[in-house]
Design a protein around this ligand. Structure first.
Ligand code: SF4
Ligand code: SF4
Length: 434
């Protein structure tokens, strides 16, 4: 693992503000890992906050809802920060307010009621892969350890930290729901040592014993990258190793992010679907870095139009996500989706424009790889288009953390070659099936 410059200041110290309502929202149908849900609205339909726009009708799928009142203006292909292009519902907005005030008593709800509320609300993992949460709560194997990820190890991002500090109680209630559904014996909450305020708040809330939880331990971890990667986190907290090519459930573990726990709480206690989230907007090109509560479907350009964000200087690079695993975009005309944790605006001085050179066999990438891979070989084979040989070097185990590219003195974009290799192998296996 590597120690990175955190760049979390000053946005980590500011209370999360509410972003203004944009004049339109662009809501992609696919905002999760899995199959597209089925569209349930037509052009010119009136919608309310929480109206179902698309229903999950496949196993690995998630509902999509309208974040506010308005009219469906169009249904068309639009920019998508992960898929590049995707079908989206365009809503001309009219009113921001909503009233999700259902009050449930957890004791009156069965396990099936809880699962239904989470599935109906379209909750997906908010820490990265956006896997539908209700599917992760019906594992095919017995789970005995629930791991809560509060690491937020990517530089700049502080949305999870603000969530932990401002909504500790709701997160713990969300954890209570997850622990009840999974029937686990132990819960670990993993938080990096640069977030002492969050650690303090969890420990003090747990001290009140207001929650019906199994054994819970808040564990403070070194702030190293990628401490929050699933397999890494499981080992750091539970000392269990996910086998190569395996999943956490193979060793009785499941991991959920702190923001996902908050959304689970809102779904079950308030009946509120996942229609907004905290997003970090940061970087040297901004006048002020901050965290905002943003409605899903908000275009980044709208936040500048409404003066929620201001440029200090022209950005050289705009990234959806963190600097290590995020995706660079070519304009501000991209929507925030459920899985967007941050948008970075980097000026010239923060963008490394160094030229790729030949590998000097220093092995720094090997020493750094948290998955024990040989990144220089993966890059070499991908450059030579030797796609099938990549499997012998366990390319599928790569979590695309970018640590190898970061430490490489020859500026080889190793993770770019790994992604290319994975894509070529997917195409190869898809062709015979087709
Ligand atoms: S090979 Fe993959 S897992 Fe290993 S450091 Fe590079 S990106 Fe991370
Ligand atoms: S870190 Fe870069 S230069 Fe060093 S062995 Fe790996 S690929 Fe080669």
């Amino acid at each position: 693992m590597v120690k990175l410059s955190e760049n979390k200041h000053p946005q980590e110290d500011f209370y999360t503000q509410k972003a203004p309502l944009p004049s339109k929202l662009v809501i992609p149908l696919v905002q999760h890992t899995g199959i597209s849900p089925v569209l349930k609205v037509n052009k010119k339909d009136n919608v309310q906050a929480g109206s179902l726009l698309a229903r999950a009708e496949s196993l690995i799928c998630a509902n999509v809802h309208s974040p506010c009142q308005g009219v469906v203006e169009d249904i068309t292909q639009y920019n998508h920060p992960v898929l590049k292009k995707s079908q989206a519902v365009i809503i001309k907005t009219s009113k921001s307010d909503y009233d999700f005030s259902l009050k449930h008593n957890l004791d009156n709800l069965s396990k099936d009621d809880l699962l239904e509320a989470i599935r109906d609300a379209g909750i997906v993992g908010l820490g990265g892969a956006a896997f539908p949460t209700h599917v992760k709560l019906k594992p095919l194997k017995k789970i005995d350890v629930l791991i809560i990820n509060g690491c937020e190890c990517e530089p700049y991002l502080t949305c999870d930290y603000r969530m932990m500090v401002e909504h500790t109680d709701s997160i713990l209630k969300g954890i209570e729901i997850l622990a009840r559904v999974l029937e686990v014996k132990q819960v670990f909450i993993g938080i990096e040592d640069n977030k002492s305020e969050a650690v303090k708040r969890f420990n003090s809330k747990l001290h009140t014993r207001n929650y019906s939880l199994p054994q819970v331990r808040v564990k403070v971890l070194n702030s190293l990258y990628p401490q929050g990667a699933e397999k890494q986190l499981i080992y750091s907290l539970a000392r269990r190793k996910v086998p190569a090519g395996g999943l956490p459930l193979d060793i009785g573990c499941v991991v959920h992010n702190v923001a996902t726990c908050f959304s689970v709480y809102e779904a079950v206690f308030l009946g509120k679907p996942l229609i907004e989230r905290i997003v970090t907007f940061a970087g040297s090109a901004l006048k002020e870095s901050k965290n905002l509560w943003v409605k899903v479907g908000t275009l980044v350009s709208e936040l500048f139009l409404k003066e929620a964000l201001e440029f200090k200087t022209e950005p050289r690079k705009v990234i959806f996500g963190g600097p290590m695993m995020g995706v660079a975009v070519d304009s501000l005309d991209w929507p925030i989706i459920k899985g967007t944790s941050g948008v970075l605006f980097l000026s010239e001085k923060d963008v490394d424009l160094g030229q790729e050179k030949s590998c000097i066999k220093c092995a720094r990438c090997v020493d750094t790889c948290p998955m024990g891979l040989i990144p220089l070989e993966l890059a070499r084979l991908a450059k030579k288009s030797l796609w099938t040989s990549l499997e012998e070097f366990f390319i599928s185990d790569c979590i695309e953390c970018g640590s190898c590219s970061y430490v490489c003195p020859a500026k080889i974009p190793i993770v770019h070659y790994v992604k290319l290799g994975k894509q070529k192998l997917r195409e190869k296996t898809a062709k015979p099936k087709a």
